[in-house]
Design a protein around this ligand. Sequence first.
Ligand code: ZN
Length: 300
Amino acid sequence: MLQFGIDLGGTKTEIIALDEQGNEVLRQRTPTPSHSYPDILANIVRMVTSAADELQADYTLGIGIPGALSYQTGLVKNANTNCLIGQDLKGDLESSLKRRVVIANDADCLALSEATDGAGSGYKTVFAVIIGTGCGGGWVVNGQLVNGPNAIAGEWGHNPLPWREATDSETLCYCGLKGCLETLLSGTGLRLQALHETGIEQRSEVWVQQFLAGDTQATAVIHAYYRRLAKALAAVINLMDPHAIVLGGGVSNLDDIYRAVPELWAEWVFSDTVVTPLLKARHGDSSGVRGAAWLGRQGS
Ligand SMILES: [Zn+2]
């Protein structure tokens, strides 16, 4: 039995097939049709059918989406690919492909991928965060994604920053609340907070480049960023005490974050010692599609 995974992104749709050991036996990518749900659906069906024809094997199917399924309705919610919102993606795919389809959000896919055979492999509980344009989280216990009755377990980015300081901005988030972690820790959040601190408007990537080149002001900006990330993760440790925390997304490429943030977070963790490892996602940008493939092995 192979495990097919689809990563449905805003601009590209990727399919992967893994064997039981997690070896990649197929990977293909197409542009995501824009603004048309029927076209997106047809594209996924075409990619899955073509992969199944090529590999001539039975398969499970999981799909990672930039959103989640509502428990109440089974329809897509919170998706930034707007035409997916309110659609019965799971039902439509199951009736087209005549098989069970498991759908999860992209942060959950990262968490599952890394807990299964990535940086979090071998740890009983894994909390994974993905920090890029957005700021999401996923929670895996004994290899199983935890979802919860509201389908939001691990949703980390729309909690407020704890232990706020006067310099922390209180930007209005798209979710309707102010001061969410996403508004401070995402790539956009880093840019806005740096603007708030320094009066300089430039992209987060430029701050990172200047930091890596040893610029004093950029170093202060990134160190303040580490401090906020350490607080946000200390709150996770206090609440759930995961055996490992895995970091994915653009910010995970900062090599010294894995030393610097754990040095800081002890200040806010309610324990005499903190041994939690902060680990870099092993599968990098492939974690989303690999995690989607592992979804097929999850209990329903
Ligand atoms: Zn928010």
